[in-house]
Design a protein. Sequence first.
Length: 365
Amino acid sequence: MRFAEEGGLKFRTERGVFYNPQMELCRDLCSLAVGAIEAEGLSALDAMCATGVRGIRYLKENGNVKEVVLADRSKKAILCARKNAALNGCGRACKAMRADACELLRETEFDFVELDPFGSPVPFLCDAVRCFERKKRGWLSITATDTAVLCGAERDACIRNYGAVPLNNEFCHENAVRILAGKAILASAPSSLAAIPIFSLSRRHYVKIIFEMKKGAADAVKTAKSIGFVSYCRNCCWRRFARVALEGGCPHCASRIEWGGPLYLGKLWDERLLGRMAKLNAARNYRLKKEIEKVLSLMLAESGVGAQGYYDLHEIAKRRKVPVSSIDEALAKLRQSGFCASRTHFCPTAVRTDAPHETVLEVLG
Ligand SMILES: [Zn+2]
């Protein structure tokens, strides 16, 4: 038995109960997102809780969470989670139970559902959606660690699991988020639920999205209509996100076009939520406070630009056989040309801009 510390709380970790210290940043950001939700008395479910660290943090760090259920199929995990709940003085606000996530989701209602499985969350999506069917409003938080599938290294698995063709290109991590979001939106719409992404995060080995689940047929139709395709030219990096895919030749260089999708075309963040998260972070003493501050300000900046798909300066330089531009110079030039431009949390060497493709090539190439 060992102890780990996160968010100022102490947790037992035990052999045979999964605990990944590399997910601390993700747990920090998600706990901030929970705290930034403007609703009181939330009931939360950590459906694959393992040590219980995530659910306990949501409860202990946020005044708007009234109670949390920690569930896991493993007896060992539940015993560990129970000890952690006691260790942190959760009292009756926290219940740890041995249960199958899908069965629990079908039987019980929660305001906030956390799905943090190994691999893909797809097998749990339908039951998670059912959990919100009778509610006006709720929140669904999902992690996917099958990024190789979503990013296009395993094309057939993506088609099978997500019903989407992946696109393995310079902005494949954004495509991954958009394919996962699209899948959740289309799984929710038949229940007259609009799954609206309010927070999206991509790190090397995982993708995380938090959705606000809003009841209403009209909203469900609106989000379902935000699904489309990305068309891409591997020769000149031309791209277009639209309701329909373009086939044939690239409008810029006439090379053959590739496409990916269906995927979500809309906004990946609620900027007001990001702002509230940044405020909360400033008031908390997380170990990764500085990094969180940086990630949140990147997200806020790129969300403000709004355009889908970023340009990787290394990729452009390679394709056009020119030296790599400095990222600050590239941003300054794009802004001088009258366009919005920012860095992106998806990739440290890329820019997001609303400038037309020709302008981007002029400035960066
Ligand atoms: Zn082209």
